[in-house]
Design a protein around this ligand. Structure first.
Ligand code: ATP
Length: 360
């Protein structure tokens, strides 16, 4: 079996803050991995640690952020202790390209996008300017932009076009992994669809892996083969999308599914997850969802729940001490999934990712 493109194991990341406020324990013992050519969704509410993980993969944590334990492997090579020079030399752009959140602001407004592409390519390769520009024109075509626009300044593009120019730039050195952090959040619905369509097309044509970060679990269900659901800095549940869509075992995943519209059942009532995400001002030694969970018991606050496999499926892992009871406990919430599952037997719909053939 080939090595995963990205393997994150027991990753813990802390931000130092002003004295007295307490450090922010942004990520605690997070583990997941992404295979070659796999699209992987990292999902959870604002502040749960998604962008922190994304930045740590390319050595781009804010000054006050620190990986305090755990490992990040890219093609089997540990990178968590790499220096800035090592990240620049062999990881950023070449192995992993990050399309950051608020990426509209990440293009230099005073430099033509073509010049920005040339700067990136020439910092990492021996390509001539003409070679870079020819290649960049091809990439503009890949993302549905007219190649004649490569010499424009960022402000000459609409928000959706800027996002596409960034996707083109991320492909410049053909990295193994693209991290797209909330790539569609600032866009209107039509543009969101187009961007996701372009990102999806890359899967077939570019042999690339994608870490798609979003707060919208339905976007992950539609676009990714695997998923990790985060809450309060912890990975609550991870596995193949089809398994987690049809048989979620963590209370947070179950409730998150009810909070976003399901394209198969657009009229279904959406629910709100009660409570607010935790502040993470102390080391996490309990289930961070316990205070918001309708099924929590005292034991949930007694220690951080270990991530364990669901029955005989080693790829589906859940950090909930009640996961084996969840199907029963959340029967009402899960009824909708059951209905879909039986309809699917008759209709064989093509979504979510991986549910188009047979039983999961
Ligand atoms: N430089 C920083 N210093 C202190 N705390 C930070 C810093 N950056 C992020 N945080 C905190 O770390 C936690 C995780 O933030 P992060 O941005 O990773 O979450 P997220 O899931 O990506 O949320 P969002 O979707 O809103 O960006 C939050 O509590 C956030 O306030």
């Amino acid at each position: 079996m080939t090595e995963p493109v990205l393997e994150i194991e027991d990753l813990t990341i802390t931000y130092r803050t002003e004295e007295g406020e307490g450090d922010v324990h942004a990520v605690t013992d997070a583990s997941f991995s992404i295979d070659e050519n796999e699209y992987f969704g990292l999902v959870g509410e604002s502040g749960c640690g998604k962008s922190t993980i994304a930045k740590s993969i390319i050595g781009g944590l804010d000054e006050n952020g620190e990986i305090t334990s755990g490992t990040i492997k890219i093609h089997g090579e540990e990178v968590q202790d790499y220096s800035e020079a090592e990240f620049n030399g062999s990881v950023r752009w070449e192995e992993v390209a990050l399309i950051p959140q608020a990426s509209m602001n990440s293009l230099d407004p005073l430099t033509r996008v073509s010049d920005q592409a040339v700067q990136i390519a020439q910092a990492h390769t021996s390509m001539t300017e003409t070679e870079v520009l020819d290649h960049f024109e091809e990439l503009f075509e890949v993302v549905g932009l007219p190649e004649s626009r490569i010499h424009d300044y960022p402000h000459q593009f609409s928000g959706g076009m800027q996002q596409r120019a960034l996707i083109a730039m991320s492909l410049l050195l053909k990295p193994s992994l693209i991290i797209a952090d909330e790539p569609t959040t600032a866009l209107d619905v039509i543009m969101q669809d187009q961007i996701l369509k372009h990102l999806n097309e890359l899967r077939d044509d570019w042999d690339i892996s994608m870490l798609l970060i979003t707060h919208d679990i339905s976007v992950v269900f539609e676009n990714c083969q695997s998923i990790a659901v985060m809450h309060g800095g912890q990975v609550a549940e991870t596995g193949e999308t089809v398994d987690i869509f049809l048989e979620p075992r963590h209370p947070y995943t179950i409730l998150l599914q009810q909070a976003f519209p399901d394209i198969r059942d657009p009229d279904s009532e959406l629910s709100v997850i009660e409570g607010t995400p935790p502040q993470l001002r102390a080391a996490v030694d309990h289930c961070t969802f316990a205070d918001r969970c309708p099924w929590s018991v005292e034991e949930c606050r007694a220690g951080a729940p270990p991530q364990e496999s669901v029955e005989d499926d080693p790829t589906h892992r859940v950090a909930c001490i009640r996961s084996s009871e969840m199907t029963e406990l959340a029967a009402d919430e899960l009824q909708k999934r059951e209905r879909y599952r039986s309809e699917r037997r008759d209709e064989h719909p093509t979504t979510p990712q991986g549910t188009n053939e047979g039983e999961p």
